[in-house]
Design a protein around this ligand. Structure first.
Ligand code: F6R
Length: 614
């Protein structure tokens, strides 16, 4: 939610800031802005409603010179998306400019206090309150910017990653973090600042991830200094990040989402690399080796996640329960943290998050940790907050996911969950060797089978044309295919804005079947698994009410294919690995329907990729 970028060095700041904003646009895209101090010590702020490309047009005839600047792309929390509410925000005298990712919860009381002292506000944001507060503290006590920021943040309740410029000191950026991510890049005589490393990696691979409560004092020609709110210096590790820049481009695809769907076979290979020992048919997750005792003695697993990651969690529950015979509960992180959950020291909490920054998941991790549980993270973004807050974990290694609708992260998460269940089951002796070897062998076949599914792209694109009329859609599945139905429905609604519901197929008759008529597309995920016959009956129930059935079945299907209106055949696999195959065509279906409807697939309305507010 909101992307922030900063630069100080010898180069022109503007092109670096704009490129950085484009890399971070997945975090929000309802308005954008830059603040740059030029050589004449003027602090220019330019901002506009719309995307980063709108900002570029807006500044075409403006002075964007200067070697120090900050920039922001917004996902609105307080105040509608409009130019006034866009960041950066000036302070009252326009001496300071500030960008912010997060929420200042006590902004109303701070604003009242400032208004009583004569401060006026141009926007309805919480952020403008913070910059005014900093200036008020700075000027009323004649303090330097760092001290003013430290004192202001002591009055603030909420979450923030901020960067502040002071035109009286054009050689310094002050940046601070609490619960929203912030990374400083260290170059030769220059520094970069961003919400994640993607805007930084093409200039330097040396980064420092700020921790909560830390403030980066970034001064031209000086070493990076990190202090806390009490001005105590904090030691900081400089990490090396490696990222393939090609992963940040569309690489010839019309959208990141399509590119990421097609990347899945390679992503799954990367995810399994070094973890599956082909010769020994073994699965080795270093976290399971290092924390065997904590994992294997767990009385219960609780998986916390949101959105697509929560769907992966449901599959993880099936996998761990059936292979390891350990009870697993799956919770929405946002609900878990507020219902005073029972958590014991012998519980293992697994947190799943692509971004590693989802505020609710992070808060659930902190809560579980405070109750003594052992925490295992399954994340994609290296160095993000959740992996740093957990005791151990496994990265999914699928590379940066930029399309707002999650695709390759989901299949990466399911792959890690399968490897986790397999390796724990082996250690626990809860699986016989024959079954273990069969699943491991089949897991290794998944990338090739995904490639076969991707060949259906054109077929699915044609099919999508028929369904653009739909206003509602139902997705049905059972067993391992139920979370797949949920995920297919989520993909459709988030990018095509067609209302879609995922349902366990047998639950239809308890209510939703009332919705079925000849207008209603019903997508059925019906691989040839243990529940096939049952799903066949459910399909018949839908057909009896004239619903239009689009079935995703196993190759060679004889029965559902006879009664469905449209059938797509998928390569056969083991029941427990079905989600890795069956989710891919549903991603493609949602993608093509959204394209046919002319929607902005990579940046759907009202959404942002990294949900760093509650
Ligand atoms: C859906 C989607 C979201 C995320 C959710 C959690 O396509 O992307 O539902 O899955 O916001 O995000 P992470 O996994 O980053 O915690």
């Amino acid at each position: 939610m909101c992307g922030i970028v900063g630069y100080i060095g010898q180069r022109d700041a503007y092109p670096i800031l704009i490129k950085g904003l484009k890399r971070l646009e997945y975090r929000g895209y309802d308005s954008a802005g830059v603040a740059i101090i030029n050589r004449g010590r003027e602090l220019n702020v330019y901002k506009t409603k719309g995307k980063v490309s709108d900002l570029e047009h807006f500044v075409e005839d403006k002075d964007v010179s200067g070697t120090i600047g900050i920039a922001h792309t917004r996902w609105a929390t307080h105040g509608e998306p409009c130019t006034e509410n866009a960041h950066p925000h000036y302070s009252q005298t326009k001496r300071l400019a500030l960008i912010h990712n997060g929420i200042i919860e006590n902004y109303a009381s701070l604003k009242n206090k400032l208004q009583a002292k004569g401060y006026t506000f141009q926007s309805s944001t919480d952020t403008e309150v913070l910059v005014q507060l900093i200036e008020f503290i700075q000027t009323s006590h004649e303090l330097n910017l760092l001290t003013a920021v430290q004192l202001a943040l002591q009055e603030v309740i909420g979450a923030y990653a901020i960067a502040v410029l002071d035109k009286e000191n054009p050689n310094q950026i002050i940046a601070a973090r609490k619960s929203s991510p912030l990374v400083v890049g260290i170059g030769e005589g220059e520094f970069f600042l961003a919400s994640d490393a993607t805007p930084i990696v093409e200039y330097t691979d040396k980064v420092v991830y700020l921790d909560d409560g830390e403030i980066a004092v970034i001064r031209r020609d000086e070493k990076l200094k990190v202090v806390n709110l009490d001005n105590v210096e904090c030691p900081h590790d400089v990490k090396t990040v490696t990222m393939n820049l090609g992963q940040l481009e569309k690489g010839g695809y019309p959208h990141f989402m399509l590119k990421e769907i097609f990347e899945q076979p390679d992503c799954i290979r990367d995810c399994m690399r070094g973890r599956i020992n082909v010769e020994a048919d073994n699965v080795v997750l270093s976290a399971v080796i290092d924390y065997k005792k904590q994992l294997l003695s767990a009385k219960r697993f609780i998986i916390v996640a949101c959105g697509t990651s929560w769907h992966a969690a449901l599959i993880g529950k099936h996998l761990i329960e059936s292979l390891c015979r350990i009870p697993v509960e799956v919770e929405y992180a946002s609900e878990f943290r507020y219902h005073n959950p029972v958590i014991d020291a012998d519980d293992v909490v697994i947190a799943i998050s692509q971004s590693g920054e989802t505020a609710d998941t992070l808060a659930a991790v902190e809560l579980a940790k405070s109750r003594g549980a052992f925490i295992y993270g399954i994340c994609n973004a290296i160095g993000s907050s959740i992996p740093r807050a957990t005791h151990t974990g496994s990265y999914i290694h699928v590379g940066p996911e930029i399309g707002v609708a999650s695709t390759k992260a989901f299949t990466g998460q399911v792959t890690v969950l399968a490897m986790l269940a397999l390796s724990m089951a082996k250690e626990k002796n809860s699986i016989d060797n024959h079954t273990f070897v069969n699943i491991v062998k089949e897991l290794q076949q998944i990338p090739e089978k995904m490639e076969e599914v991707l060949k259906e792209n054109e077929h699915i694109a044609q099919l999508a044309k028929i369904f653009t009329y739909a206003k509602n859609c139902i997705y049905l599945g059972r067993g391992y295919s139920y979370p797949v139905a949920l995920e297919g429905a989520l993909k459709l609604k988030e990018i095509s804005y067609i209302h879609a519901e995922g349902y366990p197929a047998a639950e239809m008759k308890h209510g939703p079947i009332a919705l079925v008529d000849e207008e209603m597309p019903v997508v059925v995920i019906a691989p040839h698994d243990d529940l096939y016959e049952k799903v066949l009956s459910n399909v018949q129930e839908v057909k009896a009410r004239k619903g239009r059935v689009i079935a995703f079945v196993s190759k060679g299907d004889q029965m559902i294919s006879q009664i469905a209106d449209t059938c797509i055949e998928l390569p056969d696999t083991m029941d427990c690995l079905t989600p890795l195959i069956a989710t891919v065509p549903l991603q493609m279906l949602a993608y093509h329907i959204a394209v046919c409807k002319g929607k902005n697939v990579d940046q759907p309305r009202n959404l942002a990729k990294s949900v760093t507010v509650e």
